[in-house]
Design a protein around this ligand. Structure first.
Ligand code: TRP
Length: 452
């Protein structure tokens, strides 16, 4: 793993776009709005943005710097810096393997919606029970899940990432433009104002430890942090690229798209279902239930719907491909199996786990783990438990083992590190303490032991 020749991104723009391409996916368009709706709207948005410019900034800087310094991906990078700590890389490596299967189930739902819109089913999709009717079946959701993960596996097998990157450069800007259009339309619908207020004005009485944990989990998820991905990306970054400003740009890009997605979906929830706690707390189904209703009222809504689901599918595919690729390369490195066999192993494993998530809304509907359905459970374990643990260990590692100066020197190779003090304070003190407090309180909360 360590002796391969690393190719690099061509320059800063190449790096920022590639990292943003990994970051922007279902996390922004599907996951962020439903969490924001559920956890109090404005207060969630505020906490999220505060965390992004503090925690997010510090962790992303640390991960990219570690990658660029060592020229290795997670497991190797931690080992190269300090042998005793290579276990952090191993825990980080498990996370994409848990995310990939359920990510593909959601990807399957997006594919189904695209198909419905293309085949003239836009009106039906706007119906109240369309979504629940669909996911509670056995065969159909599994069919679309297999289609989605099948395409992902094929692309990884054929290694056409280069083409994907080229297409992303065209599709991602279109996604931004389309998101702005739909968001503006959504906000202007009669009755949307209440929703805009809910989304933008923080209500401090809705604040709790769970809000912060959910926002933190979302931050890691959305920015592909705390799972070694950004270390790998950093290892491809050239030494003369400005690391600090690249981090800011990736964060702005990623948070901007998530913000717009919230603006598309949350006001629409108020228009069509009222701002009741049940309507806002819909969880994973929110995007699928609300957006078709928006498209139904929109002029040329079917065309916009087709374009929208196509672009979301695309964003989801680019992310699932890099998730798949990450897991395959770990399996390849660790088992010495061939790439093809590793692909097969990852495929079989993901199908097995994904089937549980898919069936969890249908025939396995009454099976729950700590009160959660399979999909929510996998989401909870990876985003709310494992990622904070990896983030915590990374902070300790950078703050006390290799010391912040290792990262600072790497950032300062070509420019002054403007937020150096902030970085040090966060990584050494603020982040580790907060992560532990929040993790403990929310895990206790999930098991119903203790409520804040
Ligand atoms: N960040 C991606 C999103 O917002 C999801 C994701 C998490 C991801 N980890 C990843 C994508 C690793 C690629 C690689 O949807």
């Amino acid at each position: 793993m360590s002796n391969e020749n690393r190719s690099s991104f061509t320059g800063k723009i190449g790096f920022v776009l590639a990292a943003a391409g990994s970051a922007v996916g279902l996390g922004n368009i599907w996951r962020f709005p439903y969490l924001a709706a559920k956890y109090g709207g404005g207060i969630f948005l505020l906490v999220y943005i505060l965390l992004a410019i503090t925690f997010g900034f510090a962790l992303m800087t640390a991960e990219i710097a570690i990658g660029r310094k060592t020229g290795l991906s997670a497991i190797g990078a931690y080992r190269a810096l300090n042998k005793k700590y290579s276990f952090i890389g191993y825990i980080a490596a498990i996370i994409p393997a848990i995310i990939l299967p359920y990510y593909s189930v959601i990807g399957g739902w997006v594919t189904k919606y695209l198909y419905a819109f293309v085949s003239g089913g836009a009106g039906a999709a706007a119906g109240d029970s369309y979504f629940t009717g669909f996911i509670s079946q056995t065969g159909e959701p599994i069919f679309w899940f297999l289609a989605f993960i099948g395409i992902t596996a094929l692309v990884v097998l054929c290694g056409v990432e280069k083409g994907i990157e080229k297409v992303s450069k065209v599709m991602m800007p279109i996604l931004v433009v389309l998101s702005v259009v739909i968001a503006v339309y959504s906000v202007c619908m009669p009755g949307a104002l209440e929703g805009v207020k809910y989304y933008l004005l923080p209500d401090f009485s809705k604040f709790s430890a769970t809000t912060v944990l959910a926002a933190m989990g979302q931050l890691f998820y959305s920015m592909s942090l705390a799972m070694g991905i950004m270390i790998t990306y950093g290892s491809y970054m050239k030494k003369d690229v400005n690391l600090e400003s690249s981090v800011s740009q990736i964060e702005i890009f990623d948070t901007g798209i998530a913000f717009l997605a919230g603006l598309m979906i949350i006001p629409a929830v108020f228009v069509f279902s009222g701002g009741t706690p049940e309507a806002l707390g819909k969880g994973p189904s929110l995007m699928f239930v609300t957006l078709p209703k928006v498209f139904e009222t929109m002029p040329a809504g079917t065309v916009v719907g087709v374009a929208f689901f196509l672009l979301v599918l695309f964003a989801a595919l680019t992310s699932s491909i890099s998730l798949f690729e990450t897991v395959v390369s770990i399996v390849c490195d660790k088992t010495k199996l061939s790439r093809r066999l590793s692909c097969l192993v990852v495929f079989v494993f993901s199908v097995a786990l994904g089937l549980l998530s898919s069936l969890g809304y249908g025939p396995l509907g009454n099976v729950t783990i700590i009160g959660l359905q399979f999909l929510d459970f996998f989401d909870f374990i990876s985003n709310s438990v494992l990622m904070p643990i990896v983030a915590f260990l990374t902070c300790i590692f950078v703050g006390y083992v290799i010391k912040p100066k290792t990262v600072i020197e790497e950032v300062e190779l070509n420019a002054k590190f403007k937020k150096k003090r902030l970085f040090e304070v966060i990584i050494k003190y603020v982040a580790p303490i907060c992560i532990v407090l929040i993790l403990v309180s929310s895990v206790l909360d999930a098991f119903g032991i203790f409520k804040i």
